[in-house]
Design a protein around this ligand. Sequence first.
Ligand code: ZN
Ligand code: ZN
Length: 77
Amino acid sequence: MAVCEVCGNDYEMAFQVVTAGQTHTFDSFECAIHRLAPICEHCGCKVIGHGHVTDRRFFCCAHCAREAAGSAAHDAD
Ligand SMILES: [Zn+2]
Ligand SMILES: [Zn+2]
């Protein structure tokens, strides 16, 4: 048995995720995403796919990366 570090659920099917040398325990992917997924700098959504990294800034998609970089390069899309 292991306790989810997000919601505290004590669940026999809990699983561990290791990131940056730290082990996290979750009862569900929803909790894992809540705790670990990066957040898009432009729209604020959780990035659960590959996402888009520009200049070490994390975005959910190329559109957001462009919008964030956008004001300088006025490129209509
Ligand atoms: Zn949980
Ligand atoms: Zn976004």
